[in-house]
Design a protein around this ligand. Structure first.
Ligand SMILES: Cc1ncc(COP(=O)(O)O)c(C=O)c1O
Length: 450
């Protein structure tokens, strides 16, 4: 694909000056602007967005109501450090968050600027409240790149290698992935919930439940390729936590804010977490994270336990209030649930045609299309995934993959039916082209991905 000198010079300079630690390379795409579910690059080419920059632009790019809220707030007050003074937008947002989060009990809220710091906060608050140290997290989870969040993450080696020892007393257990069982079972119906038995096994040999402060879990595991745990597992785990005074933390940085067709992913399991971790789409990409917890938990967390000078920034709060308003007014939860079902049906039909599409997983607009070399081995088809996303990029669809070979279908919730169908058609064509050898091998040098 032709690239202008201007685009080339930006990318060259960037590659020369920027730390490689911040980027996951896919395409030479310099984004100029965005509106709704469409991005435009410097060359004036348009792309239907199936990424939402990683479940962030849930209400679409530059939604007029978010732009207006940001402008209006910037006119009156750009910043107010919540450690030292109150401001109206923060209070308004705090009230909203207690309403949209599950749990019919009194709540308290804390703020930060990223999903990572919010996860650190969950660890700190859980330890402060319970007086216990140990935290249980899940293999293949991604929680962010601060030390605490990195400590509970286990998505890939490069995010931890050489950075240790980090935060102590974190223990990882297998996430219940019934397609690629981490314990080697082939049949989820007959495994006897082996991953839950593994979880229980830790308490026979390693430590007692009364040493554990919290279990931190994504209700749908995102970056490992959209893994949905069985309801039974979730209920057992939750009941175990309740019985032993262990806090159940629902990590909703990716699943939250309507992404799965409900405000929060944990609602699909009818469970009420003790702490909810929110980030990403909370303020449509403006840096804001939040923790919502049972009142008594945060009352045990004393000042300055979670103070950040720029957290709860008025512009971010205004953007967040606008985002919540849009999700309500435009009925995006219902729409996402219905259209998500439609997307899964389309890809399931495609799976009947192509042996390489082995499974379609997801809820709402958080969908993974798992590509394999063959269905019996379930070996990941990484090169195929890279070629498909490249062809999509050439044809005007912004699509990525994760976990080696899972296509990430993650459009803004405001996408129109027409845009969605156009995007899926491009993707269908790209799958056909990549499988029939029409996409050259040299694109593999450019598409690195996860
Ligand atoms: C589930 C989950 N938690 C936490 C994070 C980290 O968020 P941030 O990059 O804002 O720290 C991410 C980011 O991708 C995520 O997917």
């Amino acid at each position: 694909m032709d690239i202008s000198n201007k685009t080339r010079s930006i990318i060259d300079k960037d590659e020369k000056l920027l730390s490689r630690s911040i980027r996951i390379p896919f395409f030479p795409l310099v984004v100029k602007s965005g509106r709704g579910a469409v991005l435009e690059d410097l060359e004036g080419r348009k792309y239907i967005d199936f990424l939402s920059f990683g479940a962030i632009s849930n209400v679409g790019h530059n939604h007029p109501a978010v732009v207006e809220a940001i402008k209006e707030q910037a006119e009156s007050l750009i910043h107010c450090n919540p450690a030292y003074a109150f401001h109206e937008k923060l209070t308004e947002l705090t009230e909203e968050l207690t309403v949209i989060t599950p749990g019919n009990f009194e709540k308290r809220v804390a703020y930060g600027v990223s999903g990572g710091d919010a996860n650190d906060g969950a660890i700190k608050a859980a330890r402060a409240y319970t007086g216990r140290q140990k935290i249980i997290a899940f293999l293949r989870s991604y929680h962010g790149n601060t030390y605490g969040a990195m400590g509970i993450s286990a998505v890939s080696l490069p995010m931890r290698y050489h950075f240790g020892p980090g935060v102590p007393e974190i223990y990882h257990v297998p996430y219940p992935d019934c397609y690629r069982c981490p314990l080697g079972h082939q049949n989820a119906e007959r495994c006897g919930l082996a991953c839950y038995q593994y979880f229980l096994g830790m308490f026979e040999t390693l430590f007692s439940p009364d040493e554990v402060a919290a279990v931190i879990m994504e209700p749908i595991q995102g970056d490992s390729g959209i893994i949905i745990p069985p309801q039974e597992y979730m209920q057992y785990l939750y009941d175990f936590c309740k019985k032993h005074g262990i806090l159940f933390v629902s990590e909703e940085v990716q699943t939250g804010m309507g992404r799965t067709g409900k405000w929060f992913g944990i609602e699909h399991f009818n469970l009420e977490p003790d702490i909810i971790v929110i980030g990403k789409a909370l303020a449509s990409g403006m840096p804001l994270s939040a923790l919502v917890a049972r009142k008594e938990i945060f009352e045990a967390w004393t000042s300055p336990g979670h103070v950040f000078c720029t957290s709860g920034n008025p512009i971010c709060c205004a953007a967040s209030l606008a985002t919540i308003g849009i999700i309500r007014r435009e009925g995006l939860l219902k729409k996402t649930e219905e259209m998500g079902r439609y997307i899964r049906e389309r890809f399931n039909r495609l799976a009947e045609e192509y042996e390489q599409i082995s499974q379609v997983r997801g809820q709402g607009f958080m969908i993974g299309v798992d590509l394999v070399k063959d269905r019996s081995s379930r070996e990941r088809a990484r090169d195929l995934a890279a070629k498909i996303v490249w062809r999509c990029y050439e044809q005007g669809l912004y699509l990525t993959f994760f976990s080696g070979s899972v296509l990430r279908i993650c459009p803004p919730l405001v996408i129109t039916q027409e845009e969605l169908d156009r995007g899926i058609s491009i993707l269908e064509g790209a799958i056909a082209d990549a499988i029939s050898g029409k996409v050259p091998d040299n694109v593999l040098d450019m598409v690195k991905g996860w």
